[in-house]
Design a protein. Structure first.
Length: 538
């Protein structure tokens, strides 16, 4: 198969997702993340719909991006000259070399939404593309609702495509705008347009309303499409659109299409996770290729097979997309499971020494209390590190208080006070917030800020640790009748993520344990990776 270019529209189409919003600062940060994937086209916004996007384009021009910045807009309005159209004027203010415009390709939309004639719509498409080409722009034209239109009036939808070609469109994209098409329909549309216009690059833009966006994109490429649009994480209107974090590795590793370099592909997992954490909407647990659980193996037979040959249960090498294999422990005291994972964490438990026996006994005790580490490997590494002397506890809590204050009719405020021993320092700090989790997190970070000198080179690092996710479930420990809370907290420092757990009869206590361990783990491992030993850890 030939060359295929990718356009990411996360900062425009992704912004149509429920619960998703971007500030200009968010967009600049996400643009830089996306550029690590070497995506050729980066659609940064819709200036007419969101005027603040002009600030994004202005700031983005100062970035050394590999991909081309793209501004989005629509065809001119009915009975309006292109140079007088407010949408096109806003589009041109973005000052991008490449523009992406859409036009209606379904007669129903032309007559009921635009309230104009079919002939005028064709003129709108042709004249808008020609106008932008005269200004020296590379023009990507998306025929919105192309496939919906084909089901009702195929001839007219093909006329719209022809009008864009006549205007001079560089890339002609066929839109499955409500995700209602099947793979054979997508392929047929691509082939039809390519046969009619063999010299034009034909692309595909698909939504995921029926869960087929990625499958339809693959069908489009197999039919000859040379351009695909989507978003990292699959964000988009309604149920989203083609998920590039799934499509890109399929195109490259399974179809042999070199859409990005090997190095860029290895950035896929960390970039996708950073974007999802930044957006704060969505869950990566079971996400193909980049998910936390996609290369996780749990049963004896699966683990044995993967250790023998990873191809037995893995569709691709996890490191190819920047992910990692995880061997889970349904029973942590089982020697074969424990030894494999401990070895990966730098601990040799294969011998029968008294020290190893003591470690196994402690892990068995924790398992009986309900501790499992399938989704919180950092907690297990922390336990092993302390049992083997790799980590030396540097923080001791003397007293923690948490209470909620009601101030008249205003929103309740949660206050926390903490007395903690940090190395040779005895610190007392307080913090307040709108919820218990963030308040506990802030009071702990506040204590660390009080001993900046003891943190040495890690002083700035502490301020960059963020909460990425908090999950709570309840369970009954083996043989116990008393309900326990299990809290998993995921942290991010911008370059990596890790998770820790806390278990207690009390939800707040379980949360505090997970928070405390997570901060401790982050500091320990960062210091270890940097080869430094802050005074606090001596």
């Amino acid at each position: 198969m030939g060359r295929v270019t990718i356009l990411d529209t996360l900062l425009r189409d992704g912004a149509l997702s429920e619960g998703v919003s971007f500030t200009p600062e968010d967009k600049i940060e996400i643009l830089q993340l996306l550029d690590r994937l070497e995506i050729p086209y980066l659609e940064a916004g819709w200036p007419y719909q969101w005027p603040e996007d002009l600030e994004v384009f202005e700031r983005a021009r100062e970035l050394d991006l590999k991909g081309r910045l793209v501004a989005f807009g629509s065809t001119r309005r009915p009975e309006t000259d292109p140079d007088r159209d407010p949408n096109l004027r806003a589009l041109l203010k973005a000052e991008t070399d490449t523009v992406h415009i859409y036009g209606k390709a379904w007669s129903l939309h032309v007559e009921k939404v635009l309230r104009t004639t079919l002939e005028e719509n064709l003129a709108m498409v042709r004249e808008t593309v020609a106008y932008l080409k005269e200004l020296g722009k590379e023009v990507i034209f998306t025929a919105e609702h192309f496939y919906d239109g084909c089901r009702h009036d195929r001839g007219y939808s093909l006329e719209v495509a022809a009008a864009a070609v006549k205007g001079g469109a560089d890339i002609l994209v066929l839109g499955d705008s409500v995700g209602a098409s099947l793979m054979h329909e997508v392929a047929k549309g691509i082939r039809s347009v390519k046969e009619a216009h063999p010299d034009v690059v034909v692309g595909f833009h698909g939504h995921n309303d029926m869960g087929l966006a990625v499958a339809n994109a693959i069908a489009a490429v197999e039919a000859g499409a040379e351009h695909v649009q989507g978003t990292i994480g699959g964000y988009g209107a309604r149920t989203g659109m083609t998920d590039l974090s799934t499509l890109i590795p399929i195109l490259k590793l399974k179809m042999g299409i070199d859409v990005v370099s090997d190095e860029a592909l290895r950035n896929l997992t960390p970039v996708t996770r950073a974007i999802v954490n930044k957006i704060g909407v969505g869950d990566l647990d079971y996400h193909p290729f980049v998910g936390y659980k996609v290369f996780a193996h749990r049963t004896h037979s699966h683990i044995a097979a993967v250790l023998s040959d990873p191809e037995t249960y893995e569709p691709i090498p996890p490191e190819a997309v920047g992910n990692e294999r995880r061997l889970l422990l349904p029973g942590i005291a089982r020697a074969s499971y424990l030894e494999s994972l401990a070895q990966r964490l730098g601990v040799d438990l294969t011998g029968d020494s008294a020290a190893n026996q003591r470690i196994r006994e402690e892990l068995l005790r924790l398992e009986e209390a309900g501790y499992t580490y399938e989704d919180a490997e950092a907690s297990l590494e922390l336990v092993l590190g302390k049992l083997t002397g790799r980590f030396h506890p540097a923080m001791t809590v003397e007293r923690l208080r948490l209470f909620e204050v009601i101030r008249g009719k205003h929103q309740p405020v949660v206050e926390a006070s903490l007395r903690i021993q940090l190395g040779s320092h005895d610190e007392y700090v307080a913090a307040e917030g709108t919820g218990p989790v963030t308040t506990l997190f802030e009071v702990l970070l506040g204590a660390l800020r009080e001993v900046r000198s003891e943190l040495g080179p890690l002083e700035d690092y502490v301020c960059g640790i963020k909460l990425a996710a908090v999950r709570v479930r309840t369970f009954y420990p083996r043989g116990k009748q008393e309900l326990r809370a299990r809290v998993t907290v995921t942290f991010s420092d911008g370059a990596r993520t890790w998770s820790t757990i806390g278990i207690s009869r009390d939800l707040i206590q379980a949360t505090w344990q997970a928070l405390f361990d997570g901060i401790e783990y982050g500091l320990y491992t960062k210091a270890e990776a940097e080869g430094i030993e802050p005074p606090l850890f001596k």
